[in-house]
Design a protein around this ligand. Structure first.
Ligand code: NDP
Length: 274
């Protein structure tokens, strides 16, 4: 029987994960069936256990279920424990236990690597202090930057987040007004772009040769990326992060790492022609 996987979310019809995993399966010769399932908002655990009982082997988890997925796991990776959230579920060999992991952070770092963005010794500014930012701080700090500053609309959340990751490197947190000086990489992990809004930031933010990364993506550049490129920074959107986190999940399930560039290219073409 073909091994079954899926992505859980609510809503989920917009998800690109089935297309991405179908491309990975074709490329690696793995016979998998990957679908999108809209789980009920109040019963994620029920939806997951039904999927398992029907022979499901693993799943991706997206908004708003990453914390509920974390809570039901029997075992967790260290990075999922740090993040307090799970975007990948893996069924144990006993077909009865659930292992949870998070691949969002590795996805971001791998995409930055593909864009030749150097992290070691660099000054990084991260905007936002929600689930996505919590998930990326460990791999960002592991890459050895000179410093990471996390700023958020609700300053206390950024300060608390920085305190949680203090043992992994030089990291501080505060409100947007704390974003002074220049940075080599600015990562927008807020959902402000969804509303077409720009966080209040000084125009002197970008060091020469800086990269501006928005975790969001779309057919058009986000307001943050338009603003940043106007100030001389290299703009990169979150489409690559989406594909890279999927590749990392595929590796966890199938033991094979798919190549990602052609899949990113296909998705980009698709976005631009719709
Ligand atoms: P959360 O809801 O957990 O956090 C939202 C964050 O955005 C908070 O820090 C919030 O600040 C801030 N925010 C919201 N609106 C504004 C605004 N108008 N101005 C300034 N700050 C604002 O969301 P997630 O962390 O899960 O997701 C954040 C973004 O990352 C989304 O756009 C999501 O699509 C994207 N993402 C992309 C991925 C990819 O693979 N490319 C993977 C995961 C996420 P406050 O705390 O003050 O409310």
């Amino acid at each position: 029987m073909t091994d079954r996987y899926c992505v859980f979310g609510n809503p989920i019809s917009h998800s690109k994960s089935p297309v991405i995993h179908a491309a990975f399966a074709e490329q690696t010769g793995e016979a998998i069936d990957y679908s999108a399932i809209e789980a009920p908002l109040d019963d994620f655990a029920g939806a997951w256990h039904r999927f398992m009982a029907e022979g499901g082997r693993g799943a991706n988890v997206t908004v708003p279920f990453k914390e509920q997925a974390f809570a039901l796991c029997d075992t967790l990776s260290d990075r999922a424990l740090r993040a307090g959230a799970v975007n990948t579920l893996v069924v144990g060999a006993d077909q009865d236990s659930t292992h949870g992991d998070t691949t969002d952070g590795v996805g971001l770092v791998r995409d930055l690597f593909h864009h030749d963005v150097v992290l070691k010794g660099r000054r990084i500014l991260v905007l936002g202090a929600g689930g996505a930012v919590r998930g990326v701080l460990e791999p960002l700090l592991a890459a050895g930057p000179a410093s990471v500053l996390v700023v958020n609309r609700t300053a206390a959340k950024a300060a608390a987040l920085a305190a949680d990751f203090q043992d992994l490197g030089t990291i501080q947190g505060g409100g947007f007004e704390a974003a002074t000086g220049q940075f080599d990489l600015v990562v927008n992990g807020t959902s402000a772009s969804l509303a077409g809004e720009l966080p209040p930031l000084p125009e002197t933010l970008f060091a020469p040769g800086a990269t501006a990364y928005d975790m969001m993506y779309g057919a058009e550049p986000t307001v943050f990326l338009r603003w940043a490129s106007g100030l001389g920074a290299m703009p990169v959107d979150g489409l690559g992060m989406l594909v890279e986190q999927a590749a990392e999940s595929f590796l966890l399930w199938r033991g094979k790492r798919p190549l990602t560039e052609s899949v990113k290219y296909g998705l980009r073409l698709d976005l631009q022609t719709k």
